[in-house]
Design a protein around this ligand. Structure first.
Ligand code: SF4
Length: 209
């Protein structure tokens, strides 16, 4: 799969997105520490990969002005939504991806869309951390992966009762209501702002769903 990296790097570059390849989780963590200056205002998107490479431990350790704990501490629902909206404009947003096509399209799905808002425009700099298992041939395969692999695992992890959690396959027409995890889909096909978006591709083992 690493043979695909130069091809993917060229495809992403043509769309205004940089690709950095890290051979393993430790190299990926070193890159993040060297790239994001200490004290920076950082938000993280939900991503098992960030936990696996140790970046969440760094955030917990106080190196950065990490926005998520302040959000979790707000009990009032309306106020929490307001603070979450503010966090979409973090100076740095580091999160996962659901799929990347070999043509360089980056596909993400959220329940509420706050992560997507930051990816699309809100955040100053965006670093998207992905294992090689997120690479797919095309958009059809990306949606298939999101709906019938990632969502199944995520919904089951959260003990939800969505059709995919119950049967192992997405049933889009039957899936409605607050438990639905695929509420909003963002396909990043191009980035206009120079040096704003980077894909950090992590080799070694698979990361995240
Ligand atoms: S639309 Fe519903 S059933 Fe389909 S993958 Fe998303 S959460 Fe699961």
């Amino acid at each position: 799969m690493t043979n695909s990296v130069p091809r993917l790097a060229a495809a992403l570059a043509s769309r205004g997105v940089s690709l950095v390849y890290a051979a393993d989780g430790s190299e990926a963590l070193s890159y993040l520490l060297q790239r994001i200056p200490p004290g920076a205002r950082v938000m993280n998107g939900g991503s098992a990969t960030l936990e696996q490479i140790g970046f969440l431990d760094v955030l917990r350790g106080g190196r950065y002005a990490w926005l998520r704990p302040a959000i979790a501490a707000v009990e009032d629902r309306a106020e929490r939504i307001r603070v979450r909206r503010q966090a979409t404009t973090a100076d740095w947003l580091v999160g996962g991806v659901n799929a990347i096509t070999m043509g360089g399209e980056i596909v993400n799905v959220d329940g509420s869309g706050n992560r997507l808002a930051g990816y699309a425009f809100g955040a100053g700099k965006v670093i998207l951390v992905a294992g090689l298992n997120k690479l797919v041939p095309d958009l059809t395969a990306a949606i298939e992966r999101i709906r019938n692999t990632a969502a199944v695992q995520e919904c089951r992890k959260l003990a939800l009762h969505t059709p995919c959690a119950v049967t192992g396959r997405c049933d889009n027409d039957a899936c409605r209501g607050p438990e639905r995890q695929c509420g909003k889909i963002l396909i990043i096909e191009n980035e206009k702002i120079a040096d704003r978006m980077t894909v950090l591709l992590v080799g070694g083992s698979s990361f995240g769903f």
